[in-house]
Design a protein around this ligand. Structure first.
Ligand SMILES: NC(=O)C1=CN([C@@H]2O[C@H](COP(=O)(O)OP(=O)(O)OC[C@H]3O[C@@H](n4cnc5c(N)ncnc54)[C@H](O)[C@@H]3O)[C@@H](O)[C@H]2O)C=CC1
Ligand SMILES: O=C1[C@@H](O)[C@H](O)[C@@H](O)[C@H](O)[C@H]1O
Length: 340
């Protein structure tokens, strides 16, 4: 079966996923595209041989759309995802699932009313080969009981529109999801330390930030977010257990020797770093959508991430430790897939 996909949002990642659906993954084709910017929608639709529809609701209701991919701006996600769930169509939603925990909860409730999973959230690191190998080792007891995780998320620079809360909502949200998944544990509290700001910053931006989290099981996590580090896009993660440690490998790059030095190039953006992970997450989604379902990170993961992000931003403001308030995962969202 070929899954007919409707794409909402024809920006950077919407275009990348459309290319992926057309030329990389099997079992899908893009049949419809919509964007509030009609020219952008038309340009992207032309690359896929798809038609342009005037809005998200028209696209979700279209007969030639079996499944929906949401890649619009975060504040627009909730409405599209809820409409797709009401229509009973599988939906892949780029992170965030919604920009408020209340809206995420509405998605969770709508999906439960539907009776089976329809929603997959774009936390693609769960599909990265290095993270998956780390999880396998942790799950098999290779480092003993995990005690600490040290993470860093560094970008070379960000635009002036980026503000201090985005260090959590846009950036650290990936570490928040990855660590919950790696440890199979929930984050119960957040705190943020604020080092001296880089001079390569905008006045309004606290950069870097050090986020401290505690899990229900008592593990401690630190996440350095530094989005004007200048030198490259650098993602680090090391889990420390009772008997050993496991670290995220750098992507394999050729080593150049010359001029008295040996070294590898540092990646400059996230698209190349996680290209294979995006391919695998979309392939997994298409396979699940073909059976009317969803795979990978679920709406509960989207909701939990939103709760943890809200607590982290509150902690940045207050300087204190803030409880996340994430409740226990409902039975509806019990994990069926090993490793995901
Ligand atoms: N998983 C990942 O690593 C990444 C995820 N993202 C997420 O993907 C989403 C999109 O990000 P980008 O493509 O970078 O942004 P972008 O700004 O390049 O594209 C967003 C597009 O959505 C359109 N749009 C906004 N509201 C809409 C609505 N109501 N209906 C239809 N179209 C609408 C805009 O006109 C724009 O063309 C964001 O939620 C972002 O957080 C982005 C980059 C990486
Ligand atoms: O989602 C993403 C971007 O929005 C964000 O700006 C990057 O730092 C992330 O690594 C990327 O995956």
């Amino acid at each position: 079966m070929t899954v007919n996909v409707g794409v909402i949002g024809a920006g950077m990642i919407g275009a990348d996923h459309t290319r992926r659906l057309g030329t990389v993954v099997s079992g899908a084709r893009v049949t419809a595209v919509t964007d509030i910017d009609a020219d952008r929608a038309a340009a992207l639709a032309a690359t896929a041989g798809a038609r342009v529809l005037p809005g998200d609701l028209e696209l979700i209701g279209a007969d030639d759309v079996d499944a929906v991919l949401v890649a619009s701006w975060g504040p627009a996600h909730a409405r599209s995802v809820l409409a797709a769930v009401e229509a009973g169509k599988p939906v892949f939603c780029e992170k965030p699932l919604a920009t408020t925990a209340e809206d995420c909860l509405r998605v969770v409730e709508a999906e439960q009313r539907h009776g089976s999973r329809l929603v997959q959230v774009g936390f693609m690191r769960r599909y990265d080969a290095g993270y998956r190998e780390m999880k396998r080792i942790i799950d098999e007891g290779g480092i003993g009981a995990p005690l600490m995780v040290h993470c860093a998320h560094r970008n070379p620079s960000v635009p002036e529109s980026y503000h201090s809360a985005m260090a959590t909502h846009d950036t650290a949200v990936h570490e928040i999801d990855a660590v919950r998944w790696l440890l199979s544990d929930e984050i119960v509290s957040a705190q943020v330390l604020t080092p001296r700001r880089t001079s390569h910053r905008f006045e309004h931006l606290q950069d870097p930030q050090i986020m401290l989290f505690e899990t229900a099981g008592g593990a401690r996590i630190d996440v350095e977010v530094f989005v004007n580090c200048r030198y490259g896009y650098d993602i680090r993660c090391e889990a420390v257990g009772e008997t050993g440690t496991v670290s995220l490998p750098d992507p394999a790059r050729p080593v150049v020797r010359g001029g008295g030095r040996a070294g590898t190039a540092v990646l400059q953006d996230w698209k190349k770093r996680f290209a294979a992970a995006y391919d695998d997450e979309i392939q997994d989604w298409v396979a699940a959508a073909a059976t009317g379902g969803a795979a990978g990170p679920d709406a509960w993961d989207g909701y939990a991430a939103a709760m943890i992000c809200d607590a982290t931003v509150e902690a940045l403001g207050s300087g204190g430790v803030v409880a996340t308030g994430v409740k226990d995962r409902p039975a509806f969202y019990a994990r069926e897939e090993a490793g995901r």
